[in-house]
Structures are given as C-alpha cells and as structure tokens.
Design a protein around this ligand. Structure first.
Ligand SMILES: C[S@@+](CC[C@H](N)C(=O)[O-])C[C@H]1O[C@@H](n2cnc3c(N)ncnc32)[C@H](O)[C@@H]1O
Length: 329
C-alpha cells in the first residue's frame, strides 16, 4: 500500500507516456523552445508495464490513467493498454487526451481494454481554439470526442480551462453543448504549471466565477456533501438532472487532504503531487537490475514523504521546475 504520514492512501496512478504534444496551449506550453526528453530517457513499454504491474500487485493501485504530453502520440499505445489490461488484478484504465487522432484509435483502444477517456476542449469556437492552442485542430477534437462516445469509452468527460479575455464567457455554451452530446463537462481552474511561468493568481478565472456564469442559464444543485470523496471535481446536478457538471478548484478549493494520487513521469520519476519539487528515480532502479520488491520499497518510501498540501496557498510557493506537459497532467 502507498500510505503517507497523513494517512492518505494512493490508489490512483497517473502515468505520463510522453512529454511531447501536438498542441501548444498557452497555459501549458510555450510556442516553441521547450526541450523534449531524449528517447533513451523515456521508459520503454516493457518498463512501464513492469512498473504498473508492481503498482497493482504490491502497492494497491486500482486505477491507471495515461496522460502526457499527448498520450496518443506514443507509438504502440493500443498494445500498451492491452498489456496493462492483462495484469492481475486488472486496474481501471483511462486516458487524458486532447482528442486529436482519437477518431482513428477510439475503437481499438476500447477493444484493448481502455475503460474511459477525458478529452480536453476549452472552446466551441474554432478561432478561439486556434488562439488558445496555437493550432487549427478544433474539428479533429470534435471528431475524436464523437468517436470516443460511439466506441463506448464512457462516460466521456471533457476538461475545460477558462482563460480571462479568451474563453471565460463560454461556460454556459460549453455546458449546453456537453449536455446535448452526453459528455460530462468539468472545468479546471488554471494552475501555475505553464512552462513560461506566466500564471497570475489575480488573473485567473476561479471556480466561483465559473459557477456564477453557469447559473445565469442553469439551475445547479450541489451533489451531496461527502460524495466528492477523493475525486478532485465538485459536482453539480444540472437543471434537476440527470446531467452533472464538475469544477476542479485546485487553486481556490484544493482537495489535498483527500488526495489519492501517485504520478510516474515519462522518464520514470515518481512524483507525489503535481506541485512536488522533488522526484524519486525509479528508472535508475529498473535499469540497474532492482528486483520488484526493491522497486516497491522505493515507491512506498517516496509516497510516505508526500507533503500535506500543494503549497499553493503559501506565500512562499514556488512553481515546480517541470511544466505540466513534462510532469503529466
Ligand atoms: C497536460 S494535459 C495532458 C493530456 C492531454 N494532452 C490533454 O490535452 O488532455 C492534461 C490536462 O491538463 C490541463 N492543463 C494543462 N495546463 C494546465 C494549467 N496550467 N492549469 C490547469 N490545467 C492545465 C489540460 O487542459 C488538460 O486538460
């Protein structure tokens, strides 16, 4: 089990498959100049499967989410999903993706054993999409979403980040669209994880702003207290149900006390938190011939030292050196 000194138990493993991405979202990556991880530094498929195998058989991991960078850019993703689905015990498996290319792979991913997807989409307007992501791929994302739904990778969740002056007027339109297509929409507060270190607390769109904007068009009822559990999203029932909308208030209402996550970067580092400033190297252990039990011991020790909170509220908060794309969002 991966327990920390505050008694939290990590059962949810986020695995970054690559730091590369085919979009350049302004809140995540610079337009150019970000240094990619070198290929030999990335974990191989065999190494990833071995680590997830140790995590599910010896460390109590129940859920695995593949992320990045853009995980659909990882060659052999379908084969990787198939191998993880064959592990005992079999973890729940999901993917966080920008949806580009999902049109072609959704059915194969479902057959391989993927359970669900979260697709990131911040706007319904192609011109705003282009300004936000610096790429003209809006239709590809919509096509990917539809394919995921048709393939049964459900519930299909949509992650949206609102940026002041760009798409902060779109919350009600996004929700109406999500309800119509049976996607479950979740807004994520913008976090200080951009490579350019341009985040400003004063400038961000807060959960409070988002809810106020949604309430101009919808009746929202908070889901029962306690139902959030370790889930980061607080959820609201839309117009009496059955649809829900979530808000992940990582900055203004952090959920660190209930956090159940552990993270593995594409280069084999364990992170206890998105905002951790330290990492623990599992790749070195793997490549120097460590036995499974030794790897499990290193992982347990890393998680034991997990900090109480992200530190975002602390005036001395320092943004982690690695951006979101390199950590795995
Ligand atoms: C880093 S991406 C990686 C997976 C995939 N490329 C995608 O677009 O979903 C994962 C999620 O993190 C979100 N994200 C990236 N930078 C963020 C930031 N600074 N604050 C909040 N969310 C962010 C993205 O919008 C996306 O929903």
């Amino acid at each position: 089990m991966l327990i920390d000194t505050y008694g939290r138990v990590a059962t949810d493993l986020r695995v970054s498959l690559t730091d590369r991405c085919n979009l350049r979202c302004t809140y995540c990556m610079p337009e150019e100049g970000l240094q990619w991880l070198a290929k030999p530094d990335l974990l191989t498929d065999d190494e990833i499967v071995r680590l997830i195998g140790i995590a599910v058989s010896s460390l109590g991991i129940e859920e695995v989410r593949f992320t990045g960078g853009e995980p659909l850019l990882r060659p052999g993703l379908v084969g990787l999903v198939e191998r993880v689905a064959a592990l005992t015990p079999r973890p729940q498996m999901s993917l966080t993706t920008n949806g580009i290319g999902l049109r072609r792979t959704a059915a194969a991913l479902k057959t391989a054993g993927l359970d669900r997807v979260n697709v990131s989409l911040d706007t319904l307007r192609p011109d705003v999409f282009k300004a936000l992501t610096r790429r003209d791929r809006h239709q590809d994302v919509l096509d990917g979403l539809r394919a995921a739904h048709e393939a049964g990778l459900t519930p299909v969740k949509v992650n949206s980040v609102l940026m002041p002056g760009l798409n902060d007027d779109e919350a009600p339109d996004l929700l109406a669209w999500a309800v119509r297509h049976e996607y479950e929409l979740r807004f994520i507060e913008q976090m200080p994880l951009d490579a350019q270190h341009g985040w400003k607390r004063e400038g961000m769109v807060t959960a409070g702003d988002i809810l106020a904007s949604l309430r101009t068009r919808f009746e929202l009822t908070a889901e029962g207290a306690g139902e959030r559990g370790s889930a980061p999203a607080e959820r609201w029932i839309v117009d009496g149900g059955p649809h829900r909308v979530g808000v992940i208030a990582s900055v203004t209402r952090p959920f660190c006390a209930a956090c159940d996550r552990t993270r593995l970067t594409a280069d084999g580092q364990i992170r206890t938190c998105l905002f951790a400033t330290e990492e623990t190297d599992l790749r070195e252990a793997l490549r120097s011939g460590a036995a499974d039990e030794e790897i499990a011991r290193i992982w347990r020790l890393a998680m034991w030292g997990k900090k109480a909170g992200s530190g975002l509220d602390d005036p001395s908060f320092l943004q982690p050196e690695r951006p979101m794309s390199a950590i795995g969002g």
